[in-house]
Design a protein. Structure first.
Length: 244
């Protein structure tokens, strides 16, 4: 469990990540031949500007079919922005303070006039799975019952499986760490965690659907459960694909 000060540090990092996410999409709009790698370097520059640090891995930035790889780290020679480009960015960072925890978000955007129907449909499934997982946690907390990681994942993944829109390639969520973005297993939101979530410790919910050689969609938020059994979402929640 985190201290009250650590929760404050996490919330501040989360707020800064949302700001950097907005700045990144604005930067893309102003630089219409930008590459995946150049966007990644812009994000790292913003981390430095706002006194944030990341762990061993850089931010994930991917276009089109590269988004079908959950952990895609672009090289210097990477895809450049073109018309009708689907974009995914995943960024995590913490304040440069000892024992400060990370925050972690994933957002998607589209550069073009109209989002393709298949992408829009898949996005809708992903956000429904995310939101239903949150609703399930809230329903359990009303009875002062904290759900298990396994049960939360089951709720979200059942929605994805029914939609039959693509592959599930990673867990629903993870605890948020201090030395690195991911906290230690098995305290994650996934099928092997049959224990109840911890209070005053942030977790991600990040359902994803991945269609090989086409695209992948993930939406990631952070939350924690307070001492009085309230769920506190510490990041913005994406409702629509951002149009650039």
């Amino acid at each position: 469990m985190w201290t009250k000060q650590q929760i404050k540090y996490h919330k501040k990092a989360a707020k800064l990540l949302i700001k950097i996410k907005d700045l990144t999409f604005m930067h893309i709009q102003k630089n219409k031949s930008i590459s995946e790698y150049e966007i990644q370097q812009f994000i790292l520059g913003q981390f430095h500007k706002y006194n944030l640090e990341t762990d061993k891995d850089p931010p994930i930035v991917s276009f089109n079919k590269n988004t079908a790889t959950p952990e895609f780290y672009p090289k210097k020679l990477s895809e450049k922005l073109q018309n009708n480009t689907f974009i995914l960015i995943d960024l995590w960072a913490k304040l440069k303070i000892k024992e400060a925890p990370f925050a972690d978000i994933t957002w998607v955007a589209f550069y073009g006039k109209k989002v393709p129907a298949e992408i829009q449909k898949t996005f809708s499934v992903v956000v429904t799975a995310r939101d239903e997982a949150l609703k399930y946690i809230k329903s359990q907390l009303k009875n002062n019952r904290i759900p298990t990681g396994k049960d939360i994942e089951s709720v979200a993944f059942e929605i994805i499986k029914k939609a039959r829109g693509g592959e599930i390639l990673h867990e629903l969520g993870h605890s948020v760490g201090i030395k690195q973005d991911h906290g230690p297993k098995p305290n994650w939101i996934y099928y092997k965690n049959k224990c109840r979530l911890s209070r005053n410790l942030a977790y991600t919910i990040e359902p994803g659907i991945y269609i090989k050689n086409k695209f992948g969609i993930r939406s990631e938020i952070d939350f924690y459960i307070s001492n009085d059994y309230e769920i506190i979402v510490t990041t913005d929640v994406q409702k629509e694909i951002i149009m650039l």
